[in-house]
Ligand binder design. Structure first.
Ligand SMILES: NC(=O)c1ccc[n+]([C@@H]2O[C@H](COP(=O)([O-])OP(=O)(O)OC[C@H]3O[C@@H](n4cnc5c(N)ncnc54)[C@H](O)[C@@H]3O)[C@@H](O)[C@H]2O)c1
Length: 412
């Protein structure tokens, strides 16, 4: 039996994924609103296939509970999938993780050691330098009374289910053989390559992945900016022709080697900052990473300046796209909110937003002083200029409108 702390994108997918492979899974979340939605067989966010898996396993293999004692007492494996957001100085904020660990301790059992698995993204050295000492401070001997591993998750929002069930690889970060064996055993049914690496390596691999993606995006944005200043360069065409190179076109990376409004969403911004910060703590100035972050932080201003060149601040602006990427209603750290902020600073006060699925989430998360339209026709009717900030495919048809100024900052 398994317990999963945190029922967000990663935790819910993990819980349902193991239920799918026949394990009994308890799910725990401190967000009561989220729990109520899930218990009702609905999803608190847009994510293909998870609704089907939830309907199939809810109250069967998957039990959502607030009875932590019963869940832990019955579980051999405990997964931590809680958030690790931006800390004050760019580091990963680990307080949700420590809180969930603390909730676990009272119900562990020295005779039957449990395996605690950190799936949340945590900077390299965290398990060794922070988590294991924390567990030991609470009276448990790691490797004897309890086993601890990290197990980074590589899923993409919008593809959570397939990325989890048909993972490219499973990484187990642990310096203890018994722990590795336990996890290999647990993941056997997945039938995908499993790599056991040192605890620091496991954590590091996740950051290698996310910081490389962030670097590709910032590189592309910088190149688009250079092109803009040279002039007479068709950026869209140039990148599409770049993608035809056989070194790129079969590797499914082209969406990252493409300019836009800057990377956003929950993971890339915070993870890039967290790795930069841990490098600093360890005495290194990671210069490339520092510039990747700087380039990304400049993007909202750059886009707002571009908009200003085309349309004055007394005109009506229609923002197309509020989620951080298409086919998602996740608005965390999204480019649109930052660009709207910049426009408002420049005196644009007639701003209206539209998104096929994320209007309510955006409204609630940012509480910006602006209006919204609930369908594409209405916002097209309202606006003097339409600004594409998320590459939803339905916005392609807007690009051909000759009666409106259309500015496409996703190079659709
Ligand atoms: N979203 C992604 O695409 C993705 C991909 C790979 C890895 N990750 C990493 O996985 C972790 C979780 O990400 P997410 O997107 O699923 O986050 P999320 O915000 O969607 O979900 C986290 C959940 O944890 C719950 N929680 C917080 N403290 C808790 C506690 N003490 N006990 C029980 N529940 C608690 C929250 O209420 C929330 O529902 C993060 O470290 C993230 O960086 C995310």
């Amino acid at each position: 039996m398994i317990t999963v702390f945190g029922l967000g994108f990663v935790g819910l997918t993990t819980a349902l994924g193991f239920s799918h492979f026949g394990k009994r899974v308890y799910g725990i979340d401190t967000n009561q609103e989220r729990v109520a939605i899930l218990k009702n067989n609905s999803l608190p966010f847009l994510e293909p296939h998870l609704d089907i898996a939830l309907a199939e396993h809810n109250n069967r293999n998957f039990i959502i509970t607030d009875d932590v004692q019963n869940a832990i007492a019955n579980s051999e494996y405990i997964f931590y999938c809680v958030g690790t957001p931006y800390g004050e100085n760019g580091e990963a904020d680990l307080h949700y993780l420590f809180s969930a660990l603390k909730d676990t301790f009272p119900y562990m059992n020295k005779e039957k050691p449990k395996t605690l698995i950190i799936k949340s993204t945590i900077p390299p050295s965290t398990t060794k330098e922070k988590i294991i000492p924390f567990i030991e401070e609470h009276g448990w001997s790691v490797g004897d009374d309890v086993y601890v591993a990290n197990n980074p998750e590589f899923l993409r929002e919008g593809h959570c289910w397939e990325d989890f069930i048909y993972a490219d690889r499973i990484v187990i970060g642990s310096d203890n053989e018994e722990t590795v064996d336990r996890l290999k055993n647990l993941y056997e049914a997945f039938n995908v390559p499993i790599f056991a690496v040192s605890s620091n390596t496991g954590e590091y691999i996740k950051y290698l992945s996310n910081t490389l993606l962030a670097t590709l995006i910032s590189y592309s944005n910088e190149m688009a900016d250079v092109a803009e200043h040279i002039g007479n360069i068709d950026v869209t065409k140039a990148f599409n022709i770049l993608h035809m190179d056989k070194r790129w076109n079969k590797c499914n990376m082209t969406s990252y080697v493409y300019p836009g409004c800057g990377y956003g969403g929950y993971c890339l911004p915070k993870d890039t900052n967290a790795l930069y910060t841990i490098a600093k703590v360890k005495g290194r100035n990671a210069e490339i990473l520092g510039n990747v972050i700087k380039t990304n932080n400049n993007m909202p201003k750059i886009i707002a300046n571009r908009i200003e060149k085309h349309i004055s601040n007394d005109k009506k602006i229609g923002i197309l796209g509020l989620s951080f990427k298409p086919n998602s209603n996740d608005v965390r750290d999204c480019a649109s909110a930052k660009i709207i902020n910049e426009l408002q600073k420049k005196g644009y006060c007639n701003i209206c937003g539209y998104d096929p699925v994320a209007i309510n989430e955006f409204k609630e998360y940012y509480n910006l002083n602006m209006d919204y339209k609930y369908n594409l026709e209405d916002i097209c009717e309202y606006a003097d200029a339409l600004i594409i900030l998320t590459a939803w495919s339905e916005f392609k048809k807007v690009k051909n409108r000759i009666d409106k100024l259309v500015l496409d900052y996703r190079y659709m």
